[in-house]
Write a protein that binds this ligand. Sequence first.
Ligand code: ZN
Length: 146
Amino acid sequence: MFRANYKYKRTFIGNIPKGSDLYEAISTIALHEDIRIGKLTAIGAVTEAVIGFYDQNKNEYLKIHLSSEHEILQCSGNISLKDGKPFVHAHIILSNKDGSVFGGHLMNGTKVFACELVIDEYGGEDLKREKDNSTNLFLWKDKNLI
Ligand code: ZN
């Protein structure tokens, strides 16, 4: 059993410019500011989106391309270390003009129309992702809560 303690450090708040790739923009901020442990939340709108669904039998992401405008009802995620560098893992819930909702793992190809992002950074022991053979995902190594 392992329980980790992390302490709040800083909060970043700002817009992501129109036309940006949402995942790349968040990743760039994390890398540039060296945010090694954090959580993020964002709302706004996109002109198109690419979201992933992890197929638990094939152990791979299936990509879903939404080629029209959508609201970002919620994008949330975390930042930890993968291969020694800040790595963003985020999920996103999107709605279309009918109010229908889609969601999934945020992937490259999601283009911002407008986006307000908040990132909270924490300090503490490194939180590292490593390949987990039972899921084929890069999960937090030895950080089970129970
Ligand atoms: Zn995910």
